[in-house]
Write a protein that binds this ligand. Structure first.
Ligand SMILES: [Ca+2]
Ligand SMILES: [Ca+2]
Length: 375
């Protein structure tokens, strides 16, 4: 219904305001072929004013392979939705000029001041202008906002994009093949895995070509490959150097906790590879002190069965190996752990942290050594 109405309006407008024969463009292609080289549109400056010194002119078209004229209004939600992609074009694509054309009243009643404020508030830094009579002429092809017009270096409209580009992929698909007609710039595609951030493959493409994804995602210990972003099933023509991320997730690790005295299971827990696991509360047994668990629980890299460690009676502080005496052997275990020469169990960590600061380090080793010497 909206389309039919728009069509009727367009037909009425065509008869009402356009001199017959004034436009030579194919109506099916809209504005394609329109010559904008006479443009002289003032930059939109602070507060929504017109610059009196800076104007968009044919020179700006001439100095870029392609220009995106994006016609927008500060009251238009779809316009705002595509602005991050326009900013990305501005930031990343060196031979492309992005120019916002801020409309006033024409479509949704937005104002230049509101447009200016929206740009500032959201950090959009691409050029914005007010329409002059040349750019205003494009409005006759539009039944709303946003519209994007691609303009070649001679100032000729070569493509009209109706409605917002709602994703980066869509933006690349709309613009890539057109930009490719005007540049043979090379782009590097880097394939990066998201665990260590390593680039594991690259390929060279020209603008508008599509990444091949003909790479093998590396095997990463403890992780499962989940696919690429952007997805290989939805490849995106390149406009500039591009990163494709290979996504991995850590594997789930099952840890079962057992009571070493009754030989019964206390709990089953899951953690992701390389992460700690939080143990359950240990059962109490008459005459025994619970010391800890018989594995290191700070970094789980395999499926584990973990048992409680009990000491009959009360252990001596610093008796890491629970042999009933504090000796140089206990100090050596702690020193080796502190130097990362040896992984010690949860129980050994609890006994070795003699100063109770939550870490096992060389100061614990020294204290244990002094204790063993009766100092
Ligand atoms: Ca000992
Ligand atoms: Ca300590």
């Amino acid at each position: 219904m909206k389309k039919v109405f728009a069509l009727i309006v367009a037909v009425l407008m065509a008869f009402a305001v356009m001199p017959v024969g004034a436009k030579t463009t194919d109506p099916l292609k809209g504005a394609v072929g329109t010559d904008l080289s006479a443009v002289h549109a003032p930059y939109l400056v602070a507060g929504g004013q017109s610059s009196t010194t800076d104007f968009l002119t044919a020179e700006d078209f001439a100095s870029h392979a392609l220009t995106v004229l994006t016609i927008w209004d500060s009251n238009c939600g779809y316009c705002k939705a595509e602005m991050p992609f326009l900013q990305r074009l501005h930031d990343e694509v060196p031979d492309l000029l992005v120019v916002g054309v801020c409309t006033q009243q024409t479509f949704l009643g937005g104002t230049y001041a509101a447009g200016w404020n929206y740009l500032q508030a959201n950090g959009y830094t691409y050029l914005n202008v007010k329409p002059d009579s040349v750019l205003g002429g494009l409005f006759t092809y539009m039944d709303g906002v946003p519209y994007n017009f691609l303009v070649n270096s001679e100032g000729i409209v070569v493509k009209m994009i109706e409605g917002a580009m709602m994703s980066w992929n869509e933006t690349c698909e709309e613009i890539g093949p057109v930009l490719a007609q005007y540049t043979d710039r090379q782009c590097t595609v880097s394939y990066v895995e998201n665990v260590n951030g390593t680039v594991f493959a690259t390929e060279q493409l020209t603008v508008g070509q599509v990444p091949t994804y003909s790479v093998t995602a590396p095997t990463i210990e403890g992780h499962t490959f989940q696919g690429f972003t952007p997805a290989a099933t939805n490849p995106c023509p390149v406009l500039s150097d591009t990163v494709i991320t290979a996504n991995y997730i850590p594997r789930s690790m099952k840890v079962q906790f057992f009571d070493s005295i009754t030989n019964t299971k206390i709990a089953t827990k899951y953690t992701s590879w390389g992460n700690p696991v939080v143990p359950p509360a240990a059962p109490e047994h008459e005459g025994y002190t619970f010391v800890g668990w018989d594995h290191d629980l700070s970094c789980i890299k395999e499926k584990l069965d973990v048992y409680t460690v009990y000491y009959e009676g009360t252990p001596l502080p610093g008796d890491v190996d629970l042999d009933g005496q504090v000796s140089g052997t206990d100090a050596l275990i702690v020193l080796r752990a502190a130097m990362e020469l040896q992984v010690i169990t949860d129980a050994e960590q609890n006994m070795g942290d003699i100063n109770g600061d939550g870490v096992v380090d060389s100061s614990d080793a020294l204290l244990i050594l002094r204790a063993s010497m009766g100092l």
